[in-house]
Write a protein that binds this ligand. Sequence first.
Ligand code: SF4
Length: 180
Amino acid sequence: MNKVTLASDWLEGCAGCHMSLLDMDERIIELVQMGLVLTATPITDLKIPAFDTDLGVIEGAVATDHQLEVAKLYRERCKVLVALGDCAVFGGINTMRNWIPIEELLRRGYVTTETTVDGKIPKGPGIGTHLPRCMALNEVVKVDFFIPGCPPSADAIYQVLKDVLEGKTPKLEGKLLSYE
Ligand code: SF4
């Protein structure tokens, strides 16, 4: 049985795409029995992907310097890179912020909301700095495969992973290829 290692991470997203991955339910066991090895993921044990990871799966757009670093690291270390969900594929809803100056946006989020008292914009070494624009994953690194949808269905994710484990080029069509 051929092993296929998979690492994943979420960037500027809502975690919904990873929830959809979990929605595969017992089919995750089936994929593991076919040779899938989950290595570094937010739903298992998030860490830096090992060199020569077979599949890197990224949810979310790229909006901060930290996220840019993660995207580049995944590209460097994963043989095949997958953009999971509309945020990674197109930038998604996150790109609405591209028309608003960052400082104004942060003030609205942390200082001037109706329910905030003495708010301040968080800053510090552990907090990423916003890039001038929020971008789709393929604007910053080469992406090999796109799974659109918000979130993509568990069926679509299952189909892609199954195809890879069977040594086929993943192909989404019909109901599995959804932009909703
Ligand atoms: S594509 Fe949808 S479900 Fe996935 S991270 Fe973006 S907003 Fe969330």
